[in-house]
Design a protein around this ligand. Structure first.
Ligand code: 13P
Length: 244
């Protein structure tokens, strides 16, 4: 399994920000590196990293292949711009755009049809964790958000506790291990190659905690927000994964 260090730039970055990725180029490493910039930067980023071992992805796609959906992007359009991945079901999309599990599954299906690898995000809110519902919530999101036809080759699962995103707080190692173990179990129960899916942890991953998180069983990489925006933060996270 090839581990994956993924950066989610969210709604940050302009053409000037592309300089940040230069520090990630030219390295010889075992793990895969992915940046998901705003859609405006996908094509220029792909052009800038041409021939380098860094992949580019989108942050969302529409479930339909084309049509009258002002402001949306089809998975095939992301692929046409050079994207190889797309994040679907990020908690910010689930909250800001009222996306439910069924719509996330439809988007993942569209990504697969366009030849993209879907990064399907799941994660509990703080109230759900406090209420002891975490594993039930994760099981429900996995069952509803991952479409039939998913394989280890076309799907990555990211566990992002909503309360850990952008807060500087992370679950303790045992909590991450418990959820990642449950995700692994659900995938192996449903898919023949469930053992081979890459499982990412996301939520306040920083250079200072990356190595510790990457040592947790069934953590096969990270989905990094704030710390992916600056090479000075992201490069050490990538190095920690490569060394794990
Ligand atoms: P932060 O790393 O900023 O907490 O964001 C995590 C995230 O949402 C990545 O998708």
């Amino acid at each position: 399994m090839r581990k994956l260090a993924a950066g989610n730039w969210k709604m940050n970055g302009t053409l000037a920000s592309l300089a940040e990725i230069d520090a990630l180029l030219g390295a010889d490493r075992d793990c895969e590196v992915l940046i998901c910039p705003p859609a405006t930067l996908i094509h220029p980023m792909v052009a800038r990293i041409a021939g380098e071992a860094v992949a580019v992805g989108g942050q969302d796609c529409h479930a339909e292949a084309k049509g009258a959906h002002t402001g949306d992007l089809a998975a095939a359009q992301l692929a046409d711009a050079g994207a190889e991945y797309v994040i679907v079901g990020h908690s910010e999309r689930r909250t800001d755009h009222a996306e439910d599990d069924a719509s996330v599954a439809a988007k993942a299906r569209a990504a697969h049809q366009a030849g993209l690898t879907a990064i399907v995000c799941v994660g509990e809110t703080e109230a759900q964790r406090d209420g002891g519902e975490t594993l039930d919530v994760i099981a429900r999101q996995l069952a509803g958000s991952i479409p039939d036809g998913a394989t280890a080759g076309n799907t990555v699962v990211a566990y992002e506790p909503v309360w850990a995103i952008g807060t500087g707080r992370t679950p303790d190692n045992d909590q991450i291990a418990e959820v990642h173990g449950a995700i692994r179990g659900a995938l192996t129960a449903r898919f023949a190659d469930g053992n081979d899916f890459r499982l990412l942890y996301g939520g306040s991953v920083k250079p200072g905690n990356a190595a510790e998180i990457f040592a947790i069983p069934n953590v096969n990489g990270a989905l990094v927000g704030g710390a992916s925006l600056k090479a000075a933060d992201f490069a050490p996270i990538v190095a920690a994964l490569d060394a794990a």
